[in-house]
Write a protein that binds this ligand. Structure first.
Ligand code: SAM
Length: 283
């Protein structure tokens, strides 16, 4: 009496939703084809235009140098990891973590899993604990290289919830997070591969939802950084602007000597996307 029976409504609604998503994906493709950063990424062999956001941040704040250990949260398809691997040569190491499977860029180690899961964070810490794991092998020169000496971890003692004091090894020089809450794949299953993985939509289009989701991911990345980042280490985090970002900025200011908020030229002007850069972790 009130419209279509449930089963046919479900079928019709799903097909209408599919058409809307198909149209928005067509618009996305058309915009990508015109975009100068997308063209330049293809010319330079970079996995996506996102590389230019990190390159512009590094031009401004010089976060990378040779021999560093970098953790790239939400690395797929891999352009930030490509930049980090290139800028931390020689003998740096980059560990990418992502929900979706994607071919690791050259010189990058990867873990597939949900960063918000405690098991995955334990797995990441175990990987980082061994200073040589994930680094390119060097011929035996008899003496340890300066970058190995620099990679000695800091240690900090923290009291756990059970009252026990734990020693945390701080082994990381730079934490990057470009994570965005993913939206489900609805099309294109047949044509995607590990080297050109399906790219989930990064935003829902609902401003508060995108903001709140990004605050959860940034807060998790910051908590992790508090445990693993060496004194003097740096932090870069993408977020969607909104009412709670001031609170995040305050927390960053407690941990880093300098905190910058910026929107690189290559970040689309119509999006609420912006970045926090925390420089030089305090002791
Ligand atoms: C904008 S893309 C990253 C692009 C990447 N920086 C690059 O340059 O190629 C955001 C990524 O975050 C990942 N992501 C979102 N939430 C995550 C989570 N909880 N754990 C791991 N990865 C996550 C998504 O799967 C997606 O691949």
């Amino acid at each position: 009496m009130f419209g279509l029976p449930f089963r046919s409504c479900r079928a019709n609604c799903a097909s209408a939703l599919g058409q809307v998503r198909h149209a928005s994906s067509k618009r996305w493709q058309a915009r990508q084809q015109k975009d100068q950063f997308t063209k330049e990424a293809a010319v330079q062999g970079l996995k996506s235009r996102a590389a230019f956001k990190l390159l512009q941040i590094d031009e401004k704040y010089r976060i990378f140098k040779g021999g560093q250990t970098v953790v790239d949260l939400g690395y797929a398809p891999g352009s930030w990891s490509q930049v980090a691997a290139n800028r931390t040569q020689p003998h740096g190491r980059v560990l990418g973590v992502d929900l979706i499977p994607a071919q690791p860029p050259k010189g990058v180690s990867t873990i597939q899993g949900n960063f918000l899961s405690p098991e995955i964070q334990t797995y990441i810490r175990d990987f980082l604990r061994s200073p040589e794991r994930g680094r390119p092998r060097q011929p035996d020169l008899g003496e340890p290289s300066p970058s190995i000496l620099e990679s000695n971890p800091d240690e900090s003692a923290v009291e756990g919830k059970d009252g026990q004091v734990k020693i945390l090894e701080r082994t990381v020089d730079v934490v990057l997070s470009d994570m965005s809450a993913p939206w489900h794949q609805t099309s294109g299953f047949w044509k995607r591969s590990l080297s050109a993985p399906y790219r989930m939509m990064n935003t829902s289009g609902i401003v508060f939802k995108d903001h709140a989701g990004s605050m959860d991911l940034c807060n998790a990345a910051l908590r992790f950084s508090t445990d693993v980042l060496k004194t003097g280490g740096h932090f870069v985090c993408k977020f969607y602007q909104g009412s709670e970002d001031k609170e995040l900025e305050m927390q960053l200011k407690a941990l880093f000597k300098k905190v910058h908020r910026l929107k690189p030229e290559s970040s689309r002007s119509e999006s609420k996307e912006a970045f926090f850069v925390g420089l030089q972790r305090k002791p």
